[in-house]
Design a binder for this molecule. Structure first.
Ligand code: AHG
Ligand code: MN
Ligand code: MN
Length: 336
């Protein structure tokens, strides 16, 4: 594959199409690109340096923080704070949202929400992890401290969203509402190249991704869907294939390329599912829709239309190939 356009060139080309653009988004992407390279470098040293394992702390959701959770959070936060365009962030690893006040520009017009390291239980076993980000324009007055309202915006207000996957290669995949593009990192040059222009999720797929260990606790409609996936039917190309990495970024990325569906339904221990609306579900839903797919929390409950109420709010997620998501919705509807 000939890769000629870099991420930097691509962003500048896109900006040129909007004469009114201030370059703020370009700066934010530069910050994300830099932090992604730093985290890439550290992840690739896992096993060689003391970066695997627990940090000995819990995050606000009572989850064990891994050393790389903390490291990635620090690097993305610092890179974003160093640009004058972001006035605050919210993160899985921060209890409250953070206002970039001292030494930085409080005049920034954007806020960023992020899951700095997604799938962190995979780090110690050399399996792909990711970073997820979501960018909004602030709604409170510029120059004032950020407010909860800046972060609690429905997903359809996202200006941009994306993820970095630290896999067999490192990729940055993002959307600004004009399709989805993927860039592969060449570590020898330190450059991301446009490798996956205009990514589209196949309308139908053959892969279903769900933690089946929770089967007994799933809603009846989800149980029926899993059995549907496993039944033999030549006309619909069943049985499907089950693939579950346990890193939303990795499962989503594979399904986007090959066609498939990812589900994290409610369970007894997690009655609203496990995934967080603001920095996991919304960015993935934006990417899914921009790639021609679909993302819902339940039948007719479009993720991007949900009004958030809390920073670390959880919500069930069904995302992927449109036909498959609609099949799940129909099974769930039968049991309502
Ligand atoms: P994180 O590492 O950021 O806490 O996210 C983990 C999430 C998601 O990436 C993954 O799909 C899911 O949790 C896996 O959960 P289970 O182990 O319960 O299946
Ligand atoms: Mn996560
Ligand atoms: Mn995480």
């Amino acid at each position: 594959m000939q890769m000629t356009k870099t991420l930097g060139e691509f962003i500048i080309d896109c900006q040129a199409e909007y004469p009114e653009a201030t370059g703020a988004l370009t700066n934010i992407f530069s910050a994300i690109r830099l932090a992604a390279k730093i985290v890439h470098r550290e992840i690739n040293k896992a096993g060689l340096v003391d970066i695997t394992g627990a940090a000995g702390l819990e995050n606000v959701q009572g989850e064990q923080q891994q050393k790389l959770d903390v490291y990635a959070n620090d690097k993305f936060k610092a890179a974003l704070a160093a640009r004058g365009d972001v006035c605050g962030i919210a993160s899985e690893e921060e209890e409250e949202y953070v206002y970039f006040e001292e030494g930085h520009s409080p005049d920034g017009r954007y806020v960023v929400l992020m899951d700095p390291l997604d799938g962190s239980s995979n780090i110690d076993v050399n399996v792909s992890v990711g970073t997820i980000f979501s960018i909004y324009r602030r709604v409170s007055p510029v120059g004032q401290p950020v407010t909860a309202e800046d972060f609690l915006q429905p997903g359809d207000q996202q200006v941009a969203a994306g993820y970095v996957i630290y896999g067999s290669s490192t990729m940055l995949v993002y959307t600004t509402g004009n399709g989805v593009n993927g860039f592969t990192f060449d570590p020898s040059l330190g450059v991301f190249y446009l490798s996956h222009p205009n990514m589209r999720i196949p309308q139908e797929g053959k892969i279903y991704s769900i933690n089946e260990g929770n089967y007994i606790n799933f809603p009846a409609g989800v149980k029926k869907y899993i059995k549907y996936c496993q039944e033999k039917d030549a006309a619909t190309n069943r049985p499907y294939t089950s693939r579950y990495i346990g890193s939303l970024v990795s499962d989503f990325h594979r399904n986007m390329i090959k066609g498939g569906i990812y589900l994290y339904p409610p369970t007894h221990s997690h009655p609203n599912g496990k995934l967080r609306l603001l920095y996991e579900c919304n960015p993935m839903a934006f990417l899914a829709e921009q790639a021609g797919g679909k993302a819902v929390a339940g039948p007719d409950q479009r993720i991007l239309s949900l009004q958030p109420t809390e920073l670390h709010q959880r919500v069930p997620l069904v995302v992927g190939s449109t036909t498959m998501v609609e099949k799940v919705e129909s099974f769930l509807r039968e049991d309502q």
